[in-house]
Design a protein around this ligand. Sequence first.
Ligand SMILES: [Zn+2]
Length: 196
Amino acid sequence: MNGTEVVPAESFDAWGIFSRGQVPPEFTSYQKFKPFLRKDFRRRCAYCRIPEFRWGTARNYAVEHFRPKSRFPHLRNQYSNLYYSCNRCNEFKGDRWPDQSILEKGIRLLDPCEDDTYRQHLLRQTSGILEPLTPSGDYTNHLLFLNRDDLVEFRLLSFRIDALTQQVQAATTMVEIAALRGELLSLLQTLDRKSL
Ligand SMILES: [Zn+2]
């Protein structure tokens, strides 16, 4: 798709590949791209996918350089190299980048805008733990510490919300729907309170 197309909200899949729709000006300070990144990444971390409402709003998110600015200074203000990232993933990644010996083995850091990370490279198990399916998935998982406790809990809650949403859609009686909706609402409120 080209940069001007707008992706309808309903087509967004939090675990899929991100596609950008924003066309920001050519800023000379990368921090200025943050509002554009926030929209393109749907208020989620590009790497772990945790949404703002679970992670204390935009103040806990950073403008992250996929190719580190220390190694790729010419990409410092290049929008396509900038990602919306939670502060934890941003810290864990830092200026890490696979060295030549790793790249020569065909292993790379998975790109949230190119790779279908959570379907082809990492399996979200029902326990909330990620299991690598490929060497690049394993490398990315370790580099970003994607099996840290808060993310395991987040994935578990995501599974529960998904399951409840499906049950609401499949429910046939109003009583059933009301009960499921109540449970879903209570779970979402729990998530909101925990994010404060
Ligand atoms: Zn993250």
